[in-house]
Design a protein around this ligand. Structure first.
Ligand SMILES: [Zn+2]
Length: 128
């Protein structure tokens, strides 16, 4: 269940844009936090293809940000036949999160408003 932060309408399936208040909701579709081996990783963005994901990871690494891909190894381990239906998630360490988001924001066609909202979502979900 998702809730529009603009008008509080709830959705079973998240639309890209809220039909009531026209707020862009796609950042809400990303689950921002993932913990692995006591290391908190955040999901930076999701790419439709592995190639897109590799390009983004390459850009992040060229800026000194340690980025990694999730999803593919799990799919191949499980022998899933519908690999490719799930998006490729790009993970970064939480400490690099905001810098990485600002770096890839323009590539992902996120507006400044969406970036700000996602960064604040990250801050909320990492509060103890
Ligand atoms: Zn709304």
């Amino acid at each position: 269940m998702y809730q529009c932060p603009g008008c509080q309408t709830t959705f079973e399936t998240l639309p890209e844009i809220c039909p009531h208040c026209k707020l862009s909701l796609r950042v809400l579709a990303i689950t921002p936090i993932l913990t692995r081996h006591d290391d908190t990783l955040i999901v930076l963005t999701a790419c439709d293809t592995q190639l897109d994901a590799q390009i983004v990871i390459g850009r992040l690494k060229s800026e000194g940000i340690d980025a990694m891909l999730s999803g593919t190894s799990m799919q191949s381990t499980l022998g899933s036949s519908d690999a490719g239906s799930d998006p490729y998630h790009i993970l970064v360490h939480q400490s690099d999160g905001e810098r990485a988001l600002r770096l890839i924001g323009s590539d992902a066609s996120w507006t400044e408003d969406e970036l700000t909202r996602y960064i604040s979502m990250l801050a909320e979900s990492t509060e103890d």
